[in-house]
Design a protein around this ligand. Structure first.
Ligand code: ARG
Length: 481
């Protein structure tokens, strides 16, 4: 019970209270972060003359041994309040009393703030890698699906013909914003809290600039009191995750509809579809349903973190420890959803005939017909009304727009002639929409190029994120003088 003194009440904390207050089962997952942070702190203490050469070598060897034992799956930590004390206790077992020198000029308050920042930074690198793969996949699939056309929906009613490539680029645009969001989170995380101490800094001659450089942060927190209570970067990460998973959820919602018999637009590969334990005929889109559901849980984690923060006075409070469960869940969920999408999408085939049939039997070219009249000088509102009347007459006659005759149409407006009605082929409707961001093939080709760029730049940003393994490799060799 390292964090207890006579003033606390001696070593006798009730075991059930220890169990209730301990975060060790959760933040055991932060061992690598904790060891890396301690190595940087130790190098700094040594160079500042706060640790002698021999002690610093002993402590470093002990921390390196803990990391390596953990990598081999052989590290057993004693029961303690949290990962920080458990590491100190394990270090004491290995190197003896000298372990007590490592916590010089440090508090668990700045230590946990550091571990969480290192953790979020590591997760960002992983998520960016998944986003890069997904964006690349969407770009490649879009390239192959320029000729597949289907209805786009507003209000879940057939709206206008689009290419499947265009729909896939829309998904890509959402995930590109996730890359941007992660860059913002990265900028928020990129600050060194170590050296803030418990709340007010320290009277010892530490060098926060040195730990900043050793841990590859761009700046140090400007205020110790703020630094130990600041979990905004956790909020930012949780928000970026909840938003991105919401994007994934919306993609999934499309595919759940598309796979239904009512739409019949897609077929799920047998290796992707799930069955029913009772109904022998089922080919269910469970993967997409679970992608949709997981976003709900990520939103829940964001909300609970907000709730934990909103009532807190300034400074550190143990409430902050409750960030752990949600934070440690959300990152892996995010990765798992992106990777499930990346695995699932290539195993979904579009039924081109059904998609086309949904256009041929409907009225989705009505806007194009109105725009044809506008090109002949008819005011848009007049054209809109005329085509609306034509659609109504077709509906009464039980025929799709493509089968409207000039006799029927010209009775409504003289410009609704054979030539105008000849522009109703859905593929031609798609081809004409070359406004920037539209579904036309030239516009979509540009969108595909942009997606590829986003994929490459996400991968580049991911590669630039300092990783725990690299920090460990550097810190185990860093000069102690
Ligand atoms: N386990 C705490 C957390 O994760 C860190 C220790 C906080 N300091 C304290 N004096 N209880 O937030």
């Amino acid at each position: 019970m390292i964090a207890r003194t006579d003033a606390t009440g001696g070593p006798g904390l009730l075991p059930e209270i220890l169990e209730f207050t301990s975060s060790l089962t959760l933040d055991r997952a932060l061992l690598r972060e904790d060891v890396v942070g301690s190595l940087a702190h130790l190098v700094m203490l040594a160079r500042q003359g706060l640790l002698c050469a021999e002690d610093s070598r002993t402590l470093r060897a002990g921390l390196v041994a803990l990391w390596e034992a953990d990598s081999r799956g052989e590290l057993h930590l004693p029961p303690e309040e949290d990962i920080h004390l458990a590491v100190e206790a394990a270090l004491t077992t290995r190197v003896g009393e000298v372990a007590g020198r490592l916590h010089t000029a440090r508090s668990r308050n700045d230590q946990v703030a550091l571990d969480l920042r290192l953790h979020v930074r590591e997760m960002i690198a992983l998520v960016l890698g998944h986003l890069a793969s997904l964006l690349e996949l969407l770009a490649a699939r879009a390239e192959a699906e320029q000729g597949t056309i289907l209805p786009a929906y507003t209000h879940r009613q057939r709206a206008q013909p689009i290419s499947l490539a265009f729909l896939l680029c829309a998904y890509g645009a959402m995930f590109t914003r996730d890359v941007d969001a992660l860059r913002f989170v990265l900028s928020q995380v990129d600050v060194n809290p170590l050296g803030s101490g418990a709340i007010a800094g320290t009277s010892l001659p530490i060098d926060r600039e040195l730990t900043r450089a050793l841990l590859h942060f761009s700046a140090v927190n400007p205020n110790a009191l703020d630094a130990v209570g600041d979990r905004d970067f956790v909020l930012d990460f949780q928000y970026a995750a909840a938003r991105s998973l919401t994007h994934a959820s919306r993609v999934a919602a499309d595919f759940i509809d598309f796979a239904s018999s009512e739409f019949g637009f897609v077929k799920l590969d047998g290796a992707l579809a799930c069955g029913s334990s009772m109904m022998p005929h089922k080919r269910n889109p469970d993967v997409f349903e679970l992608i949709r559901a997981r976003s709900a849980r990520a939103v829940g984690n964001l909300m609970s973190h907000f709730q934990a923060l909103k009532g807190l006075p300034s400074g550190y409070h143990r409430d902050l420890q409750e960030d752990r469960a949600g934070l440690l869940q959300t990152g892996p969920w995010w990765c798992s959803v992106l990777s499930a999408l990346t695995t699932a999408l290539p195993r979904v085939t579009f039924d081109r005939e059904r998609c086309l049939a949904a256009l041929h039997c409907d009225y989705t070219q009505a806007t194009d017909l109105a725009e044809t009249l506008v090109q002949r000088g008819v005011p848009f509102r007049v054209a809109h009304q005329a085509v609306g009347t034509l659609v109504h007459r077709c509906q009464e006659a039980g025929i799709p727009l493509a089968r409207a005759t000039p006799e029927l149409a010209q009775g409504i407006h003289p410009d609704l002639d054979l030539a105008a009605l000849g522009t109703l082929d859905p593929l031609a409707c798609v081809r004409r929409k070359e406004s920037a961001g539209g579904t036309g093939p030239r516009s979509v080709s540009l969108q595909i190029v942009a997606l590829r760029k986003s994929a490459a730049s996400a991968a580049l940003t991911a590669r630039g994120v300092p990783r725990l393994q690299t920090l460990f490799d550097e810190l185990r060799e860093a000069p102690l003088r």
